[in-house]
Design a protein around this ligand. Structure first.
Ligand code: SAM
Length: 329
C-alpha cells in the first residue's frame, strides 16, 4: 500500500523532528523565553517509525527540529536511515534542515554516513542583521562556515533558507542574490507564516513573492526554471544563468494541492499539515505494544484524513496547536 489521502495526493515526503530544542531564538519563530516543550525519543523509536512510513511509500526523509544538530548520536542515526530502501528498492533521499551553527564540523561525517543534501537557514548576509533576527551574538560567521563546509562535503545542492520579514531583512534580497551567485548555493526566500510562538505575524509583515520578484529584477533580470509538481519553491535564475533563487510562497500562492508531505514531531506525533489542529499519537501506540501491522493500518487511516489546504489569511483562521519549532519545519 502507498500512502494516499482522500484528496488523491500521494504522500512521499516525511519530515522528522528529532528535538524541539534550539540554540537560536529567531524572532519569527520563538519567543526566546520558552525552551523545549515536548519529549525527545530514542533514535531507535524514530527509526522504527520511519521504517513503517517507508513501507508505505515514503521516499524522501528530511531531519529537522528544533535544531537537529544538537542531538548527540545523529551521525549514527543517519547511517541507519541510509540502510532503508524505498518500495522501488532505492536508497532514501535523505536531507536535513539546520541553522548551520554546528555544521562546519558535522558536514563531512554526515555526508559519509549517507546524508545527501542540506538546507541551512540564514536570514541575512550581514552579521548585525543576522544577530538581530536570531538573537544570538556572533552566529553569522559560524553559519557561513557551515554553509561552505556543506558545499565542500558535497551535500548538494546546498540550499539557504531565508524568511523575509518587513522591518528586519527585506533589504537583503539583492544581497542574497549576489550570495547565491558567488557561493554557488540555492537561496530560497520563504514567506513568513503564522507559526511563531509569539504573536508577530500580520499580513503587513509578510514580504510576498511578487515583491521579491520585483526586487530581484531590479538587481538583474530573472527567468523562471522548470519545477517538479510537488516542489514547494518556484525556481528562478538570472539572465546569465548564474545563481538560483527559490521562492516559497505559502501565503500569497499556496501550493497545498500538490502537497506530498507529512510530519513526525520529536515526541512521535504525526501531523498531516503544518496547520493541523490535531496530531496523531503514533509513538504512544508503539509504546503500548502495537504491532507493525497495526501501526501501518493506523498510518494509512491518519494520512488518509490529511487536510485539503491551509486557511492563512482567511476569516476564522485558527493558529495551529503547535508552533514551527515544536512541529519541525
Ligand atoms: N533549526 C533548523 C533551522 O533553523 O533550519 C530547523 C528547524 S526550523 C523551524 C525550519 C525552517 O522553518 C527554517 O528554515 C525556518 O526559517 C523556518 N521557519 C520557522 N518559523 C517560520 C515561520 N513562522 N514562517 C516561515 N518559516 C519559518
Amino acid at each position: 500500500m502507498r500512502l494516499r489521502d482522500k484528496h488523491g495526493r500521494f504522500i512521499t515526503d516525511l519530515r522528522v523532528s528529532i528535538t524541539d530544542r534550539c540554540n537560536y531564538k529567531c524572532v519569527y519563530c520563538r519567543t526566546g523565553n520558552e525552551g523545549a516543550q515536548y519529549a525527545e525519543l530514542p533514535f531507535a523509536d524514530y527509526l522504527r517509525m520511519v521504517r513503517l512510513f517507508v513501507e508505505l511509500g515514503i521516499e524522501k526523509v528530511r531531519l529537522t527540529g528544533g535544531e537537529p544538530l544538537l542531538r548527540a548520536g545523529l551521525v549514527d542515526f543517519v547511517r541507519q536511515l541510509a540502510q532503508l530502501r524505498t518500495l522501488d528498492g532505492e536508497a532514501l533521499d535523505l536531507a536535513i534542515t539546520t541553522n548551520g551553527h554546528l555544521m562546519e564540523d558535522m558536514a563531512e561525517p554526515l555526508k559519509k554516513a549517507g546524508l545527501r543534501r542540506a538546507t541551512i537557514s540564514m536570514d541575512a548576509v550581514d552579521a548585525e542583521k543576522f544577530a538581530r533576527i536570531t538573537r544570538v551574538p556572533n552566529g553569522y560567521e559560524s553559519v557561513l562556515a557551515g554553509i561552505r563546509a556543506a558545499k565542500r562535503a558535497g551535500l548538494e545542492p546546498v540550499k539557504v533558507n531565508c524568511v523575509l520579514l518587513r522591518g528586519f531583512n527585506e533589504d537583503q534580497i539583492a544581497e542574497f542574490a549576489r550570495f547565491s551567485r558567488e557561493e554557488g548555493v540555492v537561496v530560497r526566500f520563504i514567506e513568513f507564516m503564522p507559526l511563531e510562538e509569539d504573536r508577530v505575524w500580520s499580513p503587513e509583515v509578510v514580504v510576498t513573492m511578487d515583491e521579491i520578484l520585483a526586487r530581484l529584477n531590479e538587481f538583474r533580470p530573472v527567468r523562471q526554471l522548470p519545477n517538479a509538481p510537488s516542489e514547494t519553491a518556484r525556481r528562478y535564475t538570472f539572465d546569465d544563468g548564474k545563481g538560483e533563487i527559490g521562492i516559497i510562497a505559502p501565503v500569497s500562492h499556496p501550493f497545498c494541492g500538490h502537497c506530498s508531505r507529512v510530519r513526525l514531531t520529536s515526541d512521535g506525533k504525526v501531523r498531516t499539515c503544518l496547520f493541523s489542529l490535531l496530531d496523531h499519537d503514533l509513538a504512544g501506540r508503539m509504546h503500548r505494544g502495537a504491532s507493525d501491522r497495526e501501526l501501518i493500518d493506523y498510518l494509512g487511516s491518519v494520512v488518509g484524513q490529511k487536510e485539503e489546504r491551509h486557511h492563512i489569511g482567511e476569516a476564522g483562521f485558527i493558529k495551529p496547536s503547535r508552533s514551527m519549532v515544536h512541529i519541525g519545519g
